[in-house]
Each structure stands twice: as structure tokens, then as C-alpha cells.
Design a protein around this ligand. Structure first.
Ligand SMILES: Cc1ncc(COP(=O)(O)O)c(C=O)c1O
Length: 568
């Protein structure tokens, strides 16, 4: 096969690498590329599969590659080969699905993108309209109901009076939900093309607007491609179910043997969409689940070391939505090198907030190349709606179509069987990605508010998500005289009462904060979830922490909150 490539004047010589692995120097367009032999063979095999199609060569970055990079190529190859084989099987079963974009713009997409971006206005500092991303108005009768924990339909009438509330509860971390550039992009697309996407992405709902957004997101995440999904929830479900399919497609019999299954290692506090996705994948009987203690790398390492299954995946939130702490991403990267697993991150809360360009937690920790698949959402810091899966293309010589993406779009049911994102939303999200990258002051400001909160309260927070866990030692002691189930019940009731009264008190002072109860969080960890935004001012944080200090003893929190959690 090497000879065949040589005859095509692609390969000049073979060489034994310093890592004692046989590698091939490939010379093309006067540049040299280093490939392992298995990568080369796989590419040739791929080339042979599509009759009559000359291989379109996607080259990795020019050599020289370090020993570490070579080992990364090897790690990726395993998963690439499995996905490649699974795709081949899908092809044979006629289950491969392709996107067929409908062109709504007149003219090439790249020109349309450029002209759209030329129209995007960006600003150097906060404007008056920015405040509406954190200020809301509630009719007084509704407000009264909230204060007494009475459900409100929102139809309360007979009032002209409104109560202004300052939100410390949203996920609009950069305040982009009220940005006029983003609103205008949506309005323009709605006027030109209407609202309804007409169908799912695989039928007729996928347009050049969607493609353009996918390209921007792939670029942001330093990945070769990206698949838009209806929501972040759907993105995780689609990915997990597709991964489970690799196991079932590659099994020799009807039921995958243990060694043919996929071992999924998931952080104990991962988001519900990851958990549900894994559960669904597990039902295909091709996935074994291993839950590791929250952010506990020693536990993960032990589980990985004792697992004999070859196809391993580690999946984690990057910035945990209910706890506000970061996954130890650099340690995960180290473990990935040792254990050959596919690293999947859900960067829903880190995207646009972390990293110089807003590329997220992997950009912040300079390890984008070590992340295999990154899930994200456009419903949080982008201030829009929709989810995405940014993924690699095959890492070596391959055809120009996108393997991972094609696999997920062929097998991810929540992607396949759901209506595509409406065009105005795709247009708005494209504007949001542009604005979020350019308006760097927003990232500066949100991290300034994190510093302000830390300085004013002494609570050792390290992100804009602040988790104030309700429950005092004293109340726990009082309840501990009861037997265990009763103890748990009483603690839970005490926590819920405490949570409601703190929440009410903040509401009275004009602050909207979310009370989070089980099952969103584990039993007996009811909490107030406080979130900061780039459009909060220092004065907002001062007023908020002053109100909070009337319900919370910060000094006590300082003592008990060494793990980043605070106790009320
Ligand atoms: C970590 C994480 N992943 C995924 C999602 C789902 O995103 P979406 O709201 O776009 O469905 C969320 C939303 O809360 C989240 O916090």
C-alpha cells in the first residue's frame, strides 16, 4: 500500500521514529507530515472503500511532531478506527445520513458571512440597554404571591404597579440576551426567511445559516467540525446515544461482549442531559457505566486502571452548573494520555466566559488539542438558544467529509428526530459568537465581579456560579437525636424552610435568586444558586452581598466553606 502511495508520489520514505514506532514521512506540496504506519494504512483502506473517489487529503499540521503528539495521534487512531468501522457498517446497512443544506443566501456562504459580519456593531463598554439583561419587572400582585410561596399563573390583573428585581439567577453571563446586534440579526433573518425551520436538519431544516454557525463554533473550539443540535440537552443525548452505538455496531454477535462494549466514566455531578444520555445508551446493552466521585481524579484513575475494556470514554462538565467548581481538566488530560480514553467535555457554562477568546475552559487551560469532543450550548453566555457538538475530523489522511459528525448525525436520535433550529435563531447565534469574541470587556467585567464578590464576602468562590448550600451544623445536631430516616427527613425539611426564608428575604430586598432543591441537586444539599453577570456593576454586588449578609454569616461560611461551598 505504501508502494501504491509512493507511485502517486505522496510518500518519499519510511523511518523508524525515536519512539520506536514505525512512522512515515509524507511529502506533499513541499511540506512534510509525520504519520504512524497504522494511520497511513487506515487512510488507504478508507480510500479503497469509496470506489472511484480519489482520496481527498486532509493533512495534519506539518511535522516535526513530538513524541507526546505522536502518542496523541495513536490514542485518537483507536477511536477514529472504531468510528470509521462503525460508519462503514452503517453504510452497509444503508443507515448513513447526510446533511443537505438549503441555500437561503444568494451567493457563496463565505461572502454572505463576511457581509453579515461587516454589519455587526460591537461596543467597548457597557451601554444602557445592557442593563435589561439583569433587570426585570414583576407585577406587584405576582410579587406578593412569590413572597408567600403561592404559585402564580402570571395572569394576575388589575395593577399598574411593578416591582423591579435585579437578577442574580440567570445564565446570561455576558449579558448578550439584550444585545441589539444579536436582536437585529434575528429580526433581519426572520423578515427575510420567516420563523419555521420546516423540518428536522436531515430533512429540509438545515440551511447555509446553520452551516455558517457550525463553522464559527468549530473555529471557536479549535475543532474541525461541529454539529448544531436543537438544545444543549439534545446535544448530550445525541452524543451519548451515538457513542453507545459504536459498541453495538462493532459487536460480532447480537449482544456485545464485555470487551466490545463502551466503558463510560462520568463525574458524579454531571448534568442531567449527560446522565440521561448515558442511561439511554446503556439500554442498548453496549455501554457499561462507571461513576467517579465528583472531580476525584484518584478515584477515576483507579476505575480506569481496573477496567479491562478497550473503548473508554470520560465525560465531564467543565464548569459545574450547580456547584460552580471546575473539573480538573489538566489532570484529566494527563489521565487521557495514560489510559487512551476519548475525552468528552460539556462546556455549557465555560463557553464564552473562559479563555481569552471565549473558547471556554479548554482554552483557559491551554488544552484544546487534548479534548476530543466538546458539547456546548448557545442558551447561556451566548444569550440565544440551541446546542452544539464540536468534534474532530479524522486526525490523519481522510476524505473531506467529517467522520465524527457524520456518525453522530446518523445515530443521535435527539438530533435526527427533532426540528432544526429556526433560521433567525441560527442568525442570532452567529452574531452572538462574533460579539462574544470581540467584546472582550464582557469577560473582563464578569471576572471582576467574581473578585468583588470574593472580596466582599470572603467566600472563596472561583467562578460566576456561586453555590450557597443551606443547612447549619446546629440544625443538623438538633435533628441528629432522631433515627436515621427521620433525621434525613427532618434535615431536609429544615433545609427547605431555611432556603425559602432566605430566598424570601432576598426577594423583599429586590434580588431574584434561584432556590435549587432535589432532584436538581442531591438530597440534603438544597442551595441558593447565585450567578454573576458582566452587566452587574460593583455597586450591584455590594448591595446584593449586604442583603445576603442579613441571612448569612460570612465568617462562618469562611470556616465551613473550604471546599468552595458555603453554608447558610
Ligand atoms: C452543563 C449543562 N449541559 C447542558 C445543558 C443543557 O443546555 P440547554 O439549556 O441548551 O438544553 C445545561 C443547561 O442547563 C447545562 O447546565
Amino acid at each position: 500500500m505504501v508502494q501504491r502511495l509512493q507511485s502517486r508520489n505522496k510518500v518519499r520514505h519510511l523511518k523508524q521514529s525515536s519512539t520506536r514506532r514505525l512512522v512515515v514521512w509524507l511529502v506533499s506540496n513541499s511540506k512534510r507530515y509525520l504519520l504512524t504506519l497504522s494511520q497511513l494504512l487506515n487512510s488507504v483502506l478508507s480510500a479503497q472503500r469509496v470506489e472511484g473517489t480519489p482520496p481527498t487529503v486532509q493533512l495534519p499540521q506539518p511535522a516535526s511532531l513530538s513524541a507526546l503528539q505522536i502518542s496523541e495521534l495513536e490514542t485518537m487512531r483507536h477511536w477514529d478506527q472504531w468510528v470509521e468501522e462503525a460508519l462503514h457498517k452503517l453504510d452497509r446497512l444503508q443507515l448513513l445520513r447526510s446533511l443537505r443544506p438549503i441555500y437561503l443566501h444568494n451567493g457563496p456562504t463565505q461572502e454572505a458571512q463576511k457581509s453579515a459580519e461587516d454589519e455587526f456593531n460591537v461596543f467597548d463598554e457597557m451601554q444602557t440597554w445592557d442593563r435589561s439583561s439583569v433587570e426585570v419587572h414583576i407585577p406587584e400582585p405576582t410579587f406578593e404571591k412569590w413572597l408567600h410561596d403561592i404559585p402564580s399563573s402570571g395572569d394576575e390583573e388589575g395593577t399598574q404597579k411593578f416591582k423591579k428585581l435585579l437578577l442574580f439567577s440567570g445564565n446570561d453571563y455576558l449579558g448578550l440576551s439584550s444585545h441589539p446586534t444579536i436582536g437585529k440579526a434575528a429580526a433581519k433573518a426572520a423578515l427575510e426567511h420567516g420563523m419555521g425551520p420546516r423540518g428536522s436538519a436531515l430533512i429540509c431544516g438545515y440551511t447555509d445559516y446553520h452551516r455558517r454557525l457550525e463553522s464559527c463554533l468549530a473555529d471557536l473550539k479549535k475543532k474541525e467540525d461541529c454539529l448544531l443540535c436543537p438544545t444543549g440537552f439534545a446535544a448530550n443525548m445525541a452524543l451519548m446515544v451515538a457513542l453507545g452505538n459504536v459498541g453495538s455496531l462493532l459487536s460480532a454477535g447480537k449482544m456485545p461482549l464485555t470487551n466490545e462494549k463502551i466503558a463510560v466514566f462520568s463525574d458524579a455531578l454531571n448534568h442531567a442531559s449527560i446522565i440521561d444520555g448515558i442511561r439511554l445508551a446503556e439500554r442498548q446493552k453496549s455501554v457499561e457505566i462507571f461513576i467517579y466521585r465528583h472531580c476525584d481524579m484518584a478515584h477515576l484513575n483507579a476505575l480506569l486502571s481496573s477496567c479491562t475494556m478497550r473503548k473508554k470514554v470520560v465525560v465531564t462538565d467543565t464548569l459545574f452548573s450547580m456547584d460552580g467548581d471546575f473539573a480538573p481538566i489538566t489532570e484529566l488530560v494527563k489521565l487521557r494520555r495514560e489510559h487512551d480514553f476519548l475525552l468528552v467535555i460539556d462546556d455549557a457554562h465555560g463557553t464564552f466566559v473562559c479563555g481569552k477568546n471565549g473558547g471556554g475552559v479548554a482554552e483557559e487551560y491551554n488544552c484544546e488539542g487534548d479534548v476530543d469532543i466538546c458539547v456546548g450550548t448557545l442558551s447561556k453566555a451566548a444569550g440565544c438558544h440551541g446546542g452544539f457538538i464540536a468534534c474532530r475530523q479524522l486526525f490523519i489522511l481522510a476524505f473531506s467529509y467529517k467522520r465524527w459528525k457524520q456518525f453522530i448525525q446518523s445515530r443521535g436520535r435527539s438530533f435526527i428526530f427533532s426540528t432544526a433550529t429556526p433560521v433567525p435563531i441560527a442568525a442570532a447565534a452567529h452574531a452572538a459568537v462574533f460579539v462574544a469574541r470581540k467584546e472582550t470587556w464582557r469577560r473582563r467585567e464578569i471576572w471582576n465581579r467574581v473578585k468583588d464578590f470574593r472580596a466582599l464576602t470572603g467566600i472563596p468562590i472561583n467562578s460566576p456560579i456561586i453555590s450557597l448550600i443551606v443547612g447549619s451544623e446546629e440544625k443538623a445536631l438538633q435533628a441528629s437525636q432522631f433515627d436515621f430516616p427521620l433525621y434525613l427527613f427532618i434535615i431536609q425539611q429544615l433545609h427547605l424552610t431555611l432556603l425559602s426564608s432566605t430566598n424570601r428575604s432576598l426577594l423583599k430586598s429586590g434580588f431574584h435568586v434561584t432556590a435549587i432543591r432535589p432532584p436538581t441537586v442531591p438530597p440534603n444539599s438544597c442551595r441558593l444558586r447565585v450567578t454573576l453577570s458582566a452587566t452587574h456593576t460593583r455597586n450591584d454586588v455590594e448591595r446584593f452581598t449586604a442583603a445576603l449578609s442579613r441571612c448569612v454569616n460570612f465568617r462562618e461560611i469562611g470556616i465551613h466553606g473550604s471546599n468552595g461551598y458555603a453554608r447558610l
